[in-house]
Write a new protein. Structure first.
Ligand SMILES: Cc1cc2nc3c(=O)[nH]c(=O)nc-3n(C[C@H](O)[C@H](O)[C@H](O)COP(=O)(O)OP(=O)(O)OC[C@H]3O[C@@H](n4cnc5c(N)ncnc54)[C@H](O)[C@@H]3O)c2cc1C
Length: 503
């Protein structure tokens, strides 16, 4: 009798399901009874897009570290595709519902027994109940509901400290004149033989014709559970206290600032967001970390991360391909797609692109207010931008990109997610970063040699859609501002002439 007919089940884990909570039955995640596991390394998965090499490295390193941990409980299949790998095992397979529309269809097609999804604070059923009958799915309302449901940072049904939202305390610009926040350097993972093997394989794959973008420098993000827990501890000890106030600030010489660098291990499934939140709340409070930092962090993980996850399913499989409310059709220029930071003179853009080239990572404000804002202003095609973010970022997955890129950065869904576009001129970048210092352009100049392309681009963007903005409750003010610009025609003509060359 083979094992399938004997009723033995093996757990198939995707590469973003690598923590202990993806094993065990639905009622006791993590309690795995030494369950047997299937891990698949699919080379075809890396051929679908031109991925950042550091991302390919991380995914392979994480898969192989997990296989080493599981030892002989794990069947590790190297195959071109998943169907081939699944066909090679004899047991029935169970799988936690995966994280993309495509993978969900695949596991059903291949006949695996599908368990409810894991890896988020709130369940898909929780979200459905919350969303039912609501006209607007506001992130703030979702977050408050999740706080009440979980009791996190709550006392007697009220938010700890008396306020739900401490964002007003969390918008400090970087300290004046500082090159860095002056925090200890994050604790970096130490590469091992597994990483060396991954590098060799990636070199070979490249020689055989697979194409990557970006540099595969020393690995900066956690690829095993042990590393992920150490990274969390390091964040709590050294950066959490400054996380809140400097959340939105950026410095050229300090790429991590006070951010957690946890999106990679969270999205690989190495850490459960609730364990991260519980430790940040308990240890942060014990260390006297100010509430605005603790709450600001909980808001990111439980508020934003869960919210964009649920929106991915709520908006449906055609959200990315079918959203282009602003009629944006500009193909991604090669300098942007290829991360050619050194060809760019505008320091905000060159810094952000260099960070992506070197590590496949930026913190939120560079993604949203530098690169996203630029793509919005220049009318880059939303599907191409989404593909670019998904392939270029070490923490990028389809579920996290949909709402962040299409909804938040590009406003391509016509306001289903964000009530107004996150469009800004150079003044915002000057206030919140040091990028304008020493830049060839001046954020307060709209026309001429030193005109800031972000400032001029902002007004050209407002001009392009002025009829729409004039009727928009939250954009009517910039539309009126545009009408008052004496040099409006010159700005628009200048930006049209700039074309899509690197600024
Ligand atoms: C255009 C754009 C693209 C983005 N792409 C990704 C992506 O590919 N993968 C990704 O995980 N996040 C993405 N984000 C959200 C956010 O920028 C990153 O999660 C964050 O910068 C990761 O760094 P960190 O772990 O140090 O985060 P921290 O600033 O320390 O925040 C803590 C955690 O909160 C979560 N988080 C915060 N904001 C968001 C958000 N908007 N969406 C989802 N999770 C959030 C992340 O898990 C993050 O690790 C994107 C945002 C924008 C605007």
């Amino acid at each position: 009798m083979d094992r399938a007919s004997a009723g033995v089940t093996r757990r198939w884990l995707f590469a973003d399901q690598l923590g202990p909570h993806f094993l065990g039955p639905p009622e006791r995640p993590g309690d795995d009874g030494r369950e047997e596991v299937l891990l698949v390394e699919s080379r075809a998965a890396f051929a679908r897009r031109r991925y950042h090499r550091a991302k390919a490295h991380l995914v392979l390193s994480a898969l192989r570290h997990r296989a080493a941990e599981l030892g002989d409980r794990c069947t590790y299949v190297r195959a071109e595709g998943y169907a081939e790998a699944v066909a090679s095992v004899r047991e029935e397979l169970s799988v936690v519902d995966p994280t993309s529309w495509g993978a969900r269809a695949l596991v059903r097609r291949l006949g695996a027994h599908v368990l409810p999804s894991r890896g988020f604070v709130t369940s898909e059923a929780d979200f459905a109940r919350w969303a039912e009958g609501r006209r607007h799915l506001r992130q703030e309302d979702f977050y408050r509901d999740a706080r009440q449901r979980t009791g996190i940072l709550m006392v007697d049904g009220q938010p700890v400290g008396g306020r739900w939202n401490l964002d007003a305390d969390n918008r400090l610009p970087p300290p004046r004149g500082a090159a860095t926040l002056g925090l200890p350097e994050p604790r970096w993972p130490v590469e091992d033989d597994i990483d060396a093997g991954v590098r060799e394989d990636l070199d070979r794959w490249e020689r055989e014709g697979l194409s990557f973008v970006g540099r595969d420098g020393p690995r900066r993000f956690a690829a095993s559970r042990e590393e992920a827990l150490a990274c969390l501890q390091d964040f709590i000890e050294h950066r959490l206290a400054d996380f809140g106030p400097y959340e939105d600030a950026a410095l050229t010489g300090d790429w991590p600032m006070a951010h957690s660098l946890l999106s990679v291990p969270l999205n690989l499934g190495l850490l459960h967001p609730l364990e991260v939140i519980d430790r940040v709340v308990a240890e942060g409070s014990a260390r006297g970390v100010p509430l605005n930092s603790i709450e600001g962090f909980v808001r990111q993980v439980m508020g934003w991360r869960d919210y964009v996850w649920h929106l991915y399913w709520h908006f449906g499989p055609d959200y990315v391909t079918g959203s282009n409310a602003l009629g944006a059709t500009t193909p991604l220029p090669a300098w942007f797609a290829d991360l050619a930071a050194d060809d760019v003179r505008a320091r905000c853009l060159s810094t952000a692109l260099a960070e992506v080239r070197d590590r496949g990572w930026n913190h939120h404000i560079l993604r949203l207010m530098v690169l996203g804002n630029w793509a919005l202003q220049r009318g880059y095609e939303p599907r191409e931008v989404t593909e670019w973010f998904t392939a270029s970022y070490v923490d990028g997955y389809p579920w996290v990109m949909a709402a962040n890129v299409v909804g938040m950065a590009l406003h391509a869904d016509g306001g289903r997610m964000a009530t107004k576009p996150y469009a800004a001129g150079g003044a915002y970048i000057k206030r919140m970063t040091d990028f304008c210092r020493g830049c060839a352009y001046r954020p307060d100049v709209r026309v001429g040699e030193s005109a800031c392309p972000v400032t001029a681009g902002y007004w050209a963007f407002i001009d392009r859609h002025v009829d729409l903005w004039s009727r928009h409750p939250r954009m009517a003010q910039p539309a009126r501002g545009l009408a008052r610009l004496a040099d409006r025609d010159a700005v628009v003509a200048q930006e049209a002439a700039r074309g899509h060359a690197p600024p």
